[in-house]
Design a protein around this ligand. Structure first.
Ligand code: PMP
Ligand code: GLU
Length: 397
């Protein structure tokens, strides 16, 4: 069979591949310490599950409008106005099958061969792959640990060419946890307006922000900035709803209409029952978010304290999301547990899984050689045992 050139070129999602590799080892009876997927371990809160059951029993089991039912669009507008003080109208909302699908819709509606899309690195694995799928070229701009992995306005300006269509920003960031200072976001927004560059602002981790950091939505700096902003968000992370597959965009009515046309041909609509669950998430009590955040605060502190005790490991303290992204390059070409040596982050993760049964994701997949990503969206006991094993792997007696 001759597969299409597009699919032959496409890389599988490295996060999903790392999780699958860990599960494969687990299926052989080995106890694996899993820190791969960015997926909260909590079950979706009860009132949200109940809303889905009620929706099913009420017969909401049919096709819906292509980009979501009016009540969900209204709930998204209300939540955004409540949380960020910015008004959107229902015809500026497109609900999709997860934020990953929303990103795909934005890129497919806007980009094609000859276009450039600026992506600050480290970046979430799917960004570059989804840009390439449209035939456009990802323009990767590296940021440093010293800058807290934040793209500066000057870096943004320098990367813009006549072919630039879009910049993709993820704040708070997967994989680094970087939560941009407000003045840095505003400086990026001013460049985008001045140069008339659209910005896809992926704000899916907006509710997962730690003390000392402040989240500001990209669209909140005035009408001119809002006009060039495409917000991407969803319920997966804040409400522990990864499996329900609901994400959305907030963008101009023109782009929203284009994505609606696209989605009507692609998937018809997002899952009807999940849409009712998402309404309950957004309109219902928000204590569930605060409770889960409390658990993440505790896990983050523990992870940071364990990392600080391992010699020659460095990282930028994560201000948001639930990842620690640390540099392990000091341990390349040194004798590790089992007498193995590794030359890069990908070999590091493979050896760590084989020798210590600890699963991390290689920084190579995020455009950051030398680094590895640990997701602390898992219970403290597993994190504790995982660190004991990681230490032993790095520093065998
Ligand atoms: N953006 C970022 C930065 C993410 O980490 C994820 C994680 N899956 C997504 C988008 C997609 O989320 P989902 O498709 O589950 O809504
Ligand atoms: N976004 C999560 C992660 O980075 C989930 C997996 C995925 O969608 O790639 O682990």
């Amino acid at each position: 069979m001759e597969l299409s050139a597009t699919v032959q070129k496409l890389k599988p999602s490295a996060t999903i591949a790392a999780a699958a590799k860990a599960k494969e080892l687990k299926s052989t009876g080995v106890k694996v310490y899993e820190f791969t997927l960015g997926e909260p371990d909590f079950i979706t809160p009860e009132h949200i599950r109940e809303a889905a059951k009620e929706a099913m029993d009420a017969g909401h089991t049919h096709y819906t409008p292509a980009t979501g039912i009016p009540d969900l669009k209204q709930a998204i507008c209300d939540a955004y106005e409540r949380d960020h003080g910015v008004k959107y109208a229902a015809n500026e909302i497109a609900v999709s099958n997860g934020a990953k699908h929303s990103i795909h819709n934005v890129l497919t509606a806007l980009c094609g061969p000859g276009d450039e899309v600026i992506i600050p690195a480290p970046y979430w694995v799917s960004y570059s792959a989804l840009v390439e799928l449209t035939g456009a070229t990802p323009v990767i701009v590296s940021t440093s640990e010293e800058s807290g992995f934040c793209l500066s306005a000057d870096q943004f300006r320098d990367a813009i060419t006549s072919k630039t269509k879009l910049m993709m920003l993820n704040n708070p960031c997967n994989p680094t946890g970087a939560c941009y200072p407000v003045e840095m976001i505003e400086a990026l927004a001013r460049v985008a307006v001045e140069k008339n560059i659209l910005v896809l602002s992926d704000e899916i981790y907006e509710k997962l922000v730690y003390e000392g950091s402040e989240f500001r939505s990209f669209a909140s700096f005035g009408e001119d900035v809002k006009n060039i902003t495409i917000i991407v968000s969803g319920v997966s992370k804040a409400y522990a709803m990864t499996g329900w597959r609901i994400g959305w965009t907030m963008a101009s009515a023109e782009l929203t209409a284009a994505m609606t046309k696209l989605q009507s041909q692609e998937t018809s609509n997002p899952c009807s029952v999940s849409q009712f669950a998402a309404i309950a998430a957004l309109n219902g009590p928000q204590e569930c978010v605060t409770d889960m955040l409390k658990a993440f605060v505790e896990r983050r502190e523990y992870v940071l304290s364990r990392l600080s005790k391992i010699p020659d490991i460095s990282l930028a303290t994560p201000g948001g999301a639930f990842y620690a992204f640390f540099n392990v390059s000091h341990y390349f070409n040194k004798l590790l547990q089992g007498g193995v040596t590794v030359k890069n982050s990908t070999e590091f993760c493979s050896a760590l899984l084989e020798q210590a049964h600890v699963a991390l994701v290689t920084g190579d997949a995020f455009g950051a050689p030398g680094y590895v990503r640990l997701s602390f969206a898992t219970d403290l006991k597993t994190i504790e045992a995982g660190f004991d094993r990681l230490e032993k792997f790095l520093l065998p007696e």
